[in-house]
Design a protein around this ligand. Structure first.
Ligand SMILES: Cc1ncc(COP(=O)(O)O)c(C=O)c1O
Length: 303
């Protein structure tokens, strides 16, 4: 069940691209698995293999109530016949939250904690405590970014044809790090930050992945966060809907919408030299649309 990670490459045909001499291909990793999908599936694959091989009963991880990682971990554990414990940020738990409902329905146990406790999720003492409380569970960090996740991203990168640029959305930076470490050094890795403060982000990414300091072919652009993490303008949501309408590529406005909006804008500014081939990674996350609709932040799931 863990080896169905192929996904199509989709060429985008548009007058803007022709005008600027750009070839844009989207790696449709949103289609790499019907339930889990995107970078979450890539990050979890080797973590689940590790947990099974080392006889852990299940996986324990952390996330926000609407997070793609929470949803994906619950689904992936069910598929891998592993148990799943999810530490959820914020009290009380909303029983109608669609992400949590699905996680629960797939058999995951939910442990809501207050925000103060949640802030301890990277603290070594707290992790030690959790490990003692749940010794049969393999602990995966929030967002799924750890060394085993890098192996999954390496697999993704190695599957790509040669390109001048690989572009991806950047949250924790784990995806960007995994791609950079596996891509040819002549390929530029163009990250689009989905949260504010890309300079701190760059610092954090380097602290988490020190080997990246040997690479100078990556950057994190901070112009397209659209107000910060989880925030987005009507203009961005309209762009996502138009993109789906014209190119049949579904986007959500938290990650992949910001990536494509940023790329489109940079292409229209002539930022990428004519003749460049760009591969944009569609990192999935479309389940997030349910949560946006549930909270009344968008009115429809598609046009
Ligand atoms: C759909 C989607 N794309 C991109 C990202 C960013 O990945 P990373 O945290 O590895 O930078 C995330 C992270 O949660 C995500 O859910």
């Amino acid at each position: 069940m863990l080896d169905s990670l192929t996904s199509p490459l989709q060429s985008i045909d548009s007058p803007l691209l022709t005008r600027h001499g750009i070839r844009l291909t989207i790696k449709r990793d949103d289609l790499n698995h019907p339930l889990v999908s995107g970078n979450k599936w890539r990050k979890l694959k080797f973590n689940l293999e590790y947990a099974s091989k080392h006889n852990f009963q299940g996986v324990l991880t952390f996330g926000g109530a609407f997070s793609n990682h929470i949803y994906a971990t619950a689904m992936a554990c069910k598929l891998a016949n592993l148990k799943c414990k999810l530490i959820i940020r914020g009290l009380p738990l909303d029983p109608n939250n669609p992400t949590l409902k699905l996680a629960k329905a797939s058999g995951a146990e939910l442990f809501p904690v207050d925000r103060k406790t949640y802030r301890l999720r990277h603290d070594s003492g707290y992790l030690e405590f959790l490990h003692k409380e749940h010794p049969e569970y393999w602990i995966v960090p929030e967002g799924g970014s750890n060394d085993l996740a890098l192996l999954g991203l390496k697999e993704l990168t190695m599957s790509l044809p040669h390109s001048d640029v690989i572009a991806c959305a950047v949250g924790s930076g784990g995806t960007l790090a995994g791609i950079t470490l596996a891509a040819p050094k002549t390929t530029q890795i163009f990250g689009v930050a989905v949260l504010k403060g890309a300079s701190t982000l760059k610092h954090d990414v380097l602290a988490n992945y020190p080997s990246l300091s040997a690479y100078d072919n990556w950057l994190i652009n901070d112009e397209y966060h659209d107000g910060g993490y989880g925030r987005f303008s009507d203009k961005l949501w309209q762009f996502c809907q138009q993109f789906q309408h014209h190119y049949n590529v579904p986007l959500e406005p938290i990650y992949t919408g910001k990536l494509l909006y940023g790329l489109w804008d940079k292409i229209s500014q002539g930022y990428f030299p004519s003749g460049s081939h760009i591969i944009a990674i569609h990192t999935g996350g479309l389940q997030g649309l349910m949560g946006l609709k549930y909270r009344g932040l968008i009115s429809s799931l598609s046009r």
